[in-house]
Design a protein around this ligand. Structure first.
Ligand SMILES: *Cc1c(COP(=O)(O)O)cnc(C)c1O
Length: 333
């Protein structure tokens, strides 16, 4: 399909101007040299701006447009205690003058740090799921607000609905416009993949625009087989929402689950080495939960010869650096 048709379908959803888009696309020559592999570039979605930025801003441009259309009077979502998605949602709600209720997993930490500190400063009302499933707790809290006569707009985990994924369909159109100007192509895009909206949106965008680039999601928490099914379902919901006559199959998704380590949010040498190398060679911060794991995975894939010096690889930086401040004990010493 042609570029302008896709752009028009996305525009019909009237995304809000919440962030600094397009984000910069830049080479990382010193990191590339240090790794002795492909030419590595970065897409700086850590610089989307709103509330210290990150990939969720792209999803929120579409989601909160719908919240306004539905005349919501409170925005609600869920996530881990150090959720970047929760923090960016709280920032977007603040910017629109709407209250925000966050239902976070588990119990409150002894001290507000990192993203959770920012949630508090953004004046989000934080409720704790305790031993309930976070998503179930979110729906229960939303229902309680409805009983009180409120009109909550409830955003699912990671903002990964079909509408949220449109943010990354749009991101692929944005990247295509940038690479066209620069006259270059990428052999692969590598990034942290977790609730799926980022990868599903990218896959739809790439298929719609016939982009031949490999899209390699480094899974943060899910084994590849189950996650691929989720991605396929979400992608096909997204093509339906955008009225695209496309069906994505499981082969359309490349998920690497070799770096799950000891689980979500547990820092190992993979993340520590990536965080240090990006900082030392490029003055670039990746985070302990997502982008550190994804860059660490890319570093390992390069070592294993998965990408060669003749290739050009885009590391899509999805944000998350505010969590660094909550992980000081795991990153020093
Ligand atoms: C949420 C998040 C991701 C994963 O994006 P999904 O769309 O949930 O797969 C990656 N990196 C960071 C920093 C995030 O906050």
């Amino acid at each position: 399909m042609v570029f302008s048709t896709l752009a028009q379908r996305l525009e019909e959803l009237q995304p809000l101007p919440l962030g600094n888009l397009p984000t910069p696309l830049a080479p990382l020559p010193r990191l590339s040299e240090a790794l002795g592999g492909p030419e590595i570039w970065v897409k700086r979605d850590d610089l989307t701006g709103l509330g210290l930025g990150g990939n969720k801003v792209r999803k929120l441009t579409f989601l909160l447009a719908e919240a306004l259309r539905r005349q919501a009077d409170v925005i609600m979502t869920t996530g881990a205690q150090q959720s970047n998605h929760a923090r960016q949602t709280a920032a977007a709600a603040a910017m629109l003058g709407l209250p925000c209720v966050l239902v976070l997993r588990g119990t409150p930490p002894p001290q507000a740090e990192g993203n959770y500190l920012l949630d508090v400063l953004l004046d989000a009302e934080v409720r704790w799921a305790g031993d309930r499933s976070a998503l179930k707790a979110l729906y229960a809290e939303a229902e309680a607000l409805r009983q009180e006569g409120r009109n909550p707009y409830v955003i699912t985990y990671g903002g990964s609905s079909a509408l949220g994924a449109c943010g990354f369909v749009s991101a692929i159109a944005e990247l295509t416009a940038q690479t066209r100007v620069l006259g270059l192509e990428f052999d692969a895009i590598v990034f942290a993949s977790s609730s799926g909206g980022t990868q599903a949106g990218m896959a739809v965008g790439a298929r719609a625009l016939n982009l031949p680039t490999r899209i390699v999601g480094i899974s943060i928490a899910e084994p590849a087989a189950a996650f691929t099914q989720d991605l396929q379902k979400l992608s096909n919901e997204t093509t339906a929402l955008l009225n695209l006559n496309l069906t994505l199959k499981s082969e359309d998704f490349e998920v690497c689950d070799a770096y799950l380590g000891q689980g979500y949010g547990i820092v190992t040498d993979v993340e520590r080495e990536a965080i240090r190398l990006a900082a030392r060679t490029e003055g670039l911060f990746v985070d302990p939960v997502y982008t550190g794991r994804a860059l660490g995975g890319l570093m390992d894939l390069i070592k294993r010869g998965e990408f060669t010096p003749a290739q050009r690889v885009l590391f899509w930086h999805t944000g998350g650096a505010p969590a660094l401040f909550a992980y000081a004990r795991d990153l020093t010493g």
